[in-house]
Design a protein around this ligand. Structure first.
Ligand code: HEM
Length: 310
């Protein structure tokens, strides 16, 4: 099954949109119509603008999935995200039925696709959240560190991002987990560069990883580095984007992780918010608050098209 573009790199610009589903059969029918010609939106844009590097991804929250496609059964790990409450910080769970991740080399192209898709959904959904993300300098998070370095590469990318044969009806699909983080930039900028480097676990200027001796146990890349029982590293495909509204003093990271197993992403979150051992929470959370948190199922491109006929 051909996946949607879940293994693409973060890109230059992105729009993340979350909608709620309106009640009624008409709303369901309209969403299914979009499923049927969803891939055509990006295809047409690629014809119009060959250099635009446009990609569009569509996903569904657990409740919407059951309402829209009751005969399809449910992907094994699809559920409404259960919040993760540690002693200091909480990974909140916030609502969302339909998710769109639009990426392109130009913001106007992202907006064109977002406008076309939104108009196709008009009347069937209501807006919950929309964030415009941008590539910040050398692919850095807004806190100044290069973000995405340890993402899986080549074949490992698809193997990490896509559901495999163990959930055969949904193979080629993916679990997209998103969180909108707001950073306390005053507190972050009050740290020395060395202290910031200890929070992330890498050097700020050249992105070199700190040695085991230098890296604290609560560094972000220490707590999110996880293994299975056999010692194999478990990875997800991250495509975070920076966003900002400087006049409001708002600076953030839109976190998005695509995984073939949501339990992998969830384990990373538990390590960050609860700690392993308990209390060893991610130092990055002292400067970052998760304002949202929602899990979506992203069907394969083939299944998405089929869903249009349900
Ligand atoms: C690594 C930023 C949230 C998972 C990193 C790195 C940065 C970063 C700068 C180091 C470079 C790299 O390897 O990509 C952020 C920011 C976040 C955030 C600013 C939001 C405040 C998350 C969340 C997860 C996560 C919520 C998981 C659910 C990872 C993983 C790595 C990583 C798996 C690689 C660890 C390794 O070296 O093996 N992140 N991240 N991050 N992050 Fe995050």
């Amino acid at each position: 099954m051909k996946p949607q573009d879940v293994t693409n790199t973060p890109g230059e610009h992105a729009i993340f949109m979350i909608f709620g589903l309106q009640d009624g059969d008409e709303a369901l029918a309209k969403v299914k119509d979009l499923c049927a010609d969803f891939t055509a939106v990006a295809r047409s844009m690629r014809t119009r603008l060959p250099d635009s590097a446009i990609s569009c991804i569509m996903g569904f929250g657990a409740e919407a999935w059951s309402k829209l496609f009751p005969k399809r059964g449910k992907p094994k790990e699809l559920e409404v995200f259960k919040e993760i409450k540690g002693s200091k910080y909480t990974a909140v769970s916030t609502p969302g039925d339909i998710f769109l991740h639009i990426r392109a080399a130009r913001l106007d192209v992202c907006l064109e696709a977002a406008t076309i898709i939104s108009s196709k959904l008009h009347g069937a959904v209501y807006p919950i959240d929309e964030v415009q993300g941008f590539r910040y300098f050398d692919g850095r998070a807004i806190i100044g560190f290069v973000d995405g370095t340890e993402n899986p590469e080549d074949e490992a990318r698809l193997a990490s991002a896509a559901i495999g044969v163990d959930d055969a009806d949904f193979a080629g699909g993916s679990y997209a987990f998103v969180q909108k983080y707001l950073h306390d930039m005053n507190a972050w900028n009050a740290l020395s560069t060395e202290e910031q480097e200890k929070a992330i676990g890498r050097r700020k200027f050249n992105d070199v990883e700190l040695s085991d001796e230098e890296k604290p146990e609560n560094a972000h890349n220490a707590v999110t580095n996880i293994e299975d029982e056999d010692g194999n590293e478990l990875k997800i495909v991250r495509a975070n984007m920076a966003f900002a509204n400087p006049a409001k003093g708002e600076f953030g990271t839109y976190f998005i992780g695509y995984a073939g197993k949501f339990s992998t992403t969830r384990k990373m979150l538990e390590n960050m918010f609860i700690g392993e051992p308990i209390g060893n929470t991610d130092r990055l959370l002292d400067f970052s608050t998760a304002a949202t948190g929602t899990l979506f199922f992203v069907p394969s491109a083939d299944l998405l098209e089929e869903l249009g006929e349900d």
